[in-house]
Ligand binder design. Sequence first.
Ligand code: ZN
Length: 107
Amino acid sequence: MKLIEKLKTALLGTNNGEIRDPDGIYFYVRCSKCGAPVRVRADRHHDLEHNFENGGYVWHKEIMDGACFSLMYATVHFDEAQRVMEQEIAGGEFITWEIYQTLIQSA
Ligand SMILES: [Zn+2]
């Protein structure tokens, strides 16, 4: 029973509500047109591309928000340990998880 509870916690998220997902890296963005918040997941094994030129990894993502359906284009650079080094986005902005929570709760 204890193990099941632990698994449940691992699948459903930590106490503060942020998802625990060792294979996923989560980004929170906000549409610059309508302000809608969007959560995007990058899979460490499938979505990150090796950056052969500069080392590390790079992730390109087209993100569509569910409110006005405009596209945002995100590019994130990672080091060899898949830590975020640099992130840029067109059509929106990166926001923190805390801001994301506030926005979806007030929506
Ligand atoms: Zn929008």
